[in-house]
Design a binder for this molecule. Structure first.
Ligand SMILES: [Fe+2]
Length: 325
């Protein structure tokens, strides 16, 4: 059984070949094109995977795309989410005709059907299946996929069941990205820089963020005050109300970093860690499982992962972070 997995048209396109449950090859397209975060169809990565498996596209049993095509769910999406999508660039229009695009990219050689898994299922699979566990609790935190922003559930043997989700616009990934933007870094790229900036600051704005921006529950679920975060209806991540709260406009990329950015970075970092810790504890309470696997772009936050490891309730391993936000 040869399965080719593909992600494309968002950021960091990639392909992977799985044969009878073993990963034969996996690669990101940027490694071949030398274009950072390359989001084109990963033709080079696909070729590489097929070559590694000594296969042609005709011999594939399944080709799987990492999330549902837009047209299958856009009609049911919350209104804010549809507006959010309208502000998105060209890749989105490509996703509307995904099977056609995939046919073209595979040169019409693949005759089987395309399988579309849900975005958070894909993240969950990326963490659970390669983990050393026969069973584990699964927690995902992300920007947004379809319109889910976080999920948890369990994995047992070869089955994954995600029982709980949180939904757009309430997203830890998008909240963290809004602060990434505000501190002058590139969204979906510079999040690690803001995390690296955090230890140079004091979390002076922690209470303010908890007070105004996020209503965080004991179980790690939350609601965001969207009047501060206009990404639902505009193409910007923060607006005038957000600027007022943090004493001025966003830092312009390339200008010097000041203590303000460091303190903001420290503050949102602690908020993110608090959400991650509460959610991890809740997942443990709810599932009773002693293993936890983590995936989704938010878990690229290795500082937060470290806190779950040290302060969380579990024997945490398989800190397998997805590369998708
Ligand atoms: Fe994702």
């Amino acid at each position: 059984m040869n399965i080719l997995g593909i992600s494309a048209f968002y950021h960091d396109s990639a392909a992977a070949l799985v044969r009878d449950g073993e990963i034969i090859a996996a690669a990101q397209e940027e490694r071949f094109t030398r274009k950072k975060h390359d989001n084109q169809f990963p033709s080079n990565a696909v070729d590489y995977c097929l070559e590694a498996g000594a296969l042609t596209a005709e011999q594939l049993d399944y080709v799987v795309f990492y999330e549902k095509p837009l047209e299958t769910y856009i009609g049911y999406a919350p209104r804010g989410f549809r507006q959010f999508l309208m502000g998105m660039p060209l890749w989105l229009r490509l996703k509307l005709h995904l099977p056609r695009e995939m046919d073209r990219a595979l040169q019409n050689k693949y005759k089987g059907r395309y399988v579309f898994t849900e975005h958070h299922e894909s993240h969950a699979a990326s963490a659970f299946f390669p983990s050393p566990f026969d069973e584990a609790a699964i927690l995902t935190f992300d920007a947004v996929g379809e319109w889910a922003t976080a999920s948890f559930g369990t994995g047992r043997d070869n089955k994954i069941e995600l029982t709980h989700t949180m939904q757009f616009p309430h997203s830890l990934g998008l909240l963290y990205s809004a602060f990434t933007y505000f501190t002058g870094f590139r969204v979906n790229s510079g999040e690690y820089k803001m995390m690296g900036l955090a230890p140079y600051g004091e979390p002076k704005y922690y209470e303010l963020i908890m007070d105004k921006l996020i209503d965080l529950k004991e179980d790690g679920s939350f609601r965001l005050d969207m009047s501060y975060l206009p990404y639902c209806h505009k193409t910007v991540m923060t607006g005038a109300k957000f600027e007022k709260l943090f004493g001025g406009p966003p830092r312009k990329s390339g200008t010097p970093l000041t203590q303000r950015e460091m303190d903001i970075a420290a503050s949102i970092q602690v908020v993110a860690e608090e959400v991650m810790l509460r959610a991890a504890r809740n997942v443990h309470r709810q599932t009773g499982m002693k293993n936890l696997v983590l995936a989704g772009g938010v878990f690229l936050n290795c500082v937060g992962n470290g806190r779950i490891l040290r302060e969380g309730p579990l024997q945490t391993a398989g800190l397998s972070t997805g590369t998708r936000l």
